[in-house]
Write a protein that binds this ligand. Structure first.
Ligand code: NAP
Length: 320
């Protein structure tokens, strides 16, 4: 029975960009994909547009910007009665032009809630679902990005991420606090900070649970997927120039299709079974470029920071 069962993966934010193409790639490899999306109609259209067969997926509602919604998703997922073999934390928002912070229903700053706290809660609870799966090879994958790392060329552009001593988290992360370090609101930095938390979360999951559960925890930078809707809230001119710049000047451009294939490989292929690894294909994309385990930023490899981030995040999501 176990041998014939389709493996099941949950992918957040599978209604567009990297998540959608990862869903397509995994469905093609024979996986059953649970597309965890906030807009069900959009997700349904997207799945059809990329040609996913009806029996390879289901769509379930989640709004990662609301912790109640994350909990509701998990209980809905459980009614499917499918073991969880892999979880891909992919959804994200990037709101570079807003002047004032948006807030989650809990009152937390929305970018960090959506990209980090929602996923943190999901990983922590769904670890239990994953433990129950009879599969031998189980993986949790969290999307990272080069901009989390000021040691890399793509991460040097200001504002740089900085969690500081996480004083904003410690102060409760509600108004008037809007940044993890407790300083002035900067929307681009909020995105980068959230991606540092994504990598730190992956490393903490690895440190805390890999040995006892055998689950593989990884992160990856799939390349600069410059034409996904992630940049929809940027200036229209930026949206035109950025893909051209990445294709012709930096050589960092990766298609959505290829980025999705890379995520699928990290979820499913034997060569990506190294827990705690952050995978990259480099910044300059060569055809058939090979992947390697990349060193993460100094903040993202700081174990003390990781522990503090873990404890404070657990408190904020109500798990402490
Ligand atoms: P995208 O096309 O904008 O996709 C983001 C996905 O997240 C969409 O499906 C979106 O849903 C979903 N989402 C946003 N807020 C949500 C919420 N509150 N609840 C549930 N879902 C929500 O962006 P992308 O470029 O594919 O980015 C995907 C991941 O790749 C992100 O983690 C990003 O940091 C990472 N990444 C991207 C790049 C790049 O160059 N694009 C590079 C490195 C890493 P809707 O369709 O409803 O908006």
């Amino acid at each position: 029975m176990e041998q014939n069962r389709k493996s099941t993966v949950v992918i957040t934010g599978a209604s567009s960009g990297v998540g959608l193409y990862a869903a397509k790639a995994l469905a093609k490899r024979g996986w059953y994909v649970v597309m965890a999306c906030r807009d069900l109609e959009k997700a349904q259209k997207a799945a059809q547009t990329v040609g996913m067969s009806q029996d390879s997926y289901t769509i379930q509602h989640i709004d990662l910007g609301s912790l109640d919604s994350v909990r509701q998703f998990i209980s809905n997922f459980r009614t499917l009665g499918r073991p969880l073999d892999a979880l891909v934390c992919n959804a994200a928002i990037y709101m570079p032009l807003i002047k004032e912070p948006l807030r989650s229903p809990e009152g937390y700053e929305l970018t960090v809630t959506t990209n980090h706290l929602g996923h943190f809660l999901m990983c922590k609870i769904m670890l239990e679902d994953m433990k129950r799966s009879p599969a031998e090879d189980k993986r949790m994958v969290i999307l990272g990005t080069v901009t989390h790392n000021p040691d890399e060329l793509g991460g040097k552009i200001p504002p740089r991420p900085d969690l500081g001593n996480l004083d904003g988290f410690a102060a409760g992360f509600r108004e008037p606090v809007s940044m993890i370090d407790g300083k002035k609101f900067e929307p681009v930095k909020a995105y980068k900070d959230s991606k540092v938390c994504n990598v730190l979360t992956m490393r903490e999951l690895h440190r805390r649970y890999h040995e006892s559960t055998g689950i593989t925890f990884t992160s990856l930078y799939p390349g600069c997927v410059a034409d996904t809707p992630l940049f929809r809230n940027h200036y229209p001119l930026f949206q035109k120039i950025f893909p051209w710049f990445q294709k012709n000047i930096t050589g960092g451009y990766v298609s959505q299709e290829l980025a999705g294939e890379r995520v699928a490989a990290v979820v499913a292929d034997p060569e990506y079974k190294q827990s705690g690894a952050y995978w990259s294909w480099g910044n300059r994309q060569k055809k058939n470029g090979t992947s390697f385990v990349q060193k993460v930023s100094p903040q993202a490899r700081d174990d003390e920071k990781g522990e503090r981030m873990w404890d404070l995040s657990a408190k904020l999501v109500g798990l402490a």
